[in-house]
Design a protein around this ligand. Structure first.
Ligand code: NDP
Ligand code: 8X3
Length: 255
């Protein structure tokens, strides 16, 4: 019997890789994001390469009504969500606090904190009713350290760390597992989004060293969800070998 995983932000990067990997394991997958055409492509890919089913929920995680509509409209056979991967998120901008763009701040706070809370609030009661479930929140090295120009993004990921701890405490007596994964630099569309589509700036971030791949994080998530019932992985801090903490990189080329 297959389990059900809901992965937010599955249109690219970590979420997409995780959807594929969990589908190859033992999961039917609910994939979410705003770009419906990408969700359809991923659905087709997963369904052609695995024997797992895929359900698409395209909505903006920042909008509470859209969250409610999407989750409340789940067909009966998709309602028993075993694993929730709270992955959707972004960094917007990279500037000193006094020059920060207020719209960027709101996008990050609304997505990384409020969006994660909205989805979780809708799904946790269903897990409590069943006395089981596993929530994996995607945090970051930015949830453990603050780096120059990272201000509000780092704050949003510190909030994810704190919410994860709160969930772990509050859901303890309900038998629900709560974990977080905190990666260093992963080469996805993350930097392209952060620099508002500027491909050159995005490429500079990963220049001269070997970053993590989305697949590395997906494999970490698979490890976390496949532990025995009595084991909860509270947090995994996973870094490229070429990165120490948030600011030190072993870059081999500078041209
Ligand atoms: P990507 O940009 O590749 O993927 C981000 C995903 O989030 C997309 O699927 C996007 O879907 C979704 N998303 C963003 N905003 C919204 C929204 N308003 N509503 C619904 N979905 C949304 O980046 P990553 O895969 O790298 O990022 C995934 C997570 O990992 C994020 O939380 C990020 O903070 C975290 N992280 C990333 C690291 C990195 O170096 N890449 C390191 C540490 C943590 P769509 O645009 O279609 O809505
Ligand atoms: C993404 C990693 O270091 O760019 O969370 O903040 S970092």
């Amino acid at each position: 019997m297959k389990l059900i995983a809901l992965i937010t932000g599955a249109t690219s990067g970590i979420g997409e890789a995780t959807a594929m990997l969990l589908a190859r394991d033992n999961y039917n997958i609910i994939i979410t994001g705003r770009r419906k055409e990408r969700l359809i492509s991923l659905q087709e890919k997963i369904q052609s390469e695995t024997n797992s089913k895929v359900l698409i929920l395209d909505f903006d995680i920042r909008n509470l009504n859209e969250n409610e509509f999407a989750i409340n409209s789940l067909p009966e056979e998709w309602q028993n969500i075993d694993v929730l991967v709270n992955n959707a998120g972004l960094a917007a901008g990279y500037s000193p606090i006094q020059e920060g763009d207020i719209d960027d701040w709101e996008r990050m706070i609304d997505t990384n904190i409020k969006g994660l809370l909205y989805v979780s609030r809708l799904i946790i009661p269903k897990m409590i009713a069943r006395g089981k479930g596993h929530i994996i929140n995607i945090s970051s090295i930015a949830g453990k350290e603050t780096y120059p120009f990272g201000n509000v993004y780092c704050a949003s990921k510190h909030a994810v760390q704190s919410i994860t701890k709160g969930m772990r405490i509050d859901l303890l007596k309900h038998g629900i597992k709560v974990s977080s994964v905190s990666p260093g630099a992963v080469e996805t569309e993350f930097s392209l989004v952060r620099f508002n589509g500027d491909n050159n700036k995005a490429k500079q971030i990963y220049k001269g060293f070997t970053p993590l791949l989305a697949q590395d994080i997906a494999e970490t998530i698979l490890f976390i969800v496949t532990r025995p019932k009595h084991v909860n992985i509270d947090d995994v801090l996973i870094m490229p070998t070429d990165q120490a903490f948030s600011r030190d990189f072993n870059r081999r080329e500078f041209d």
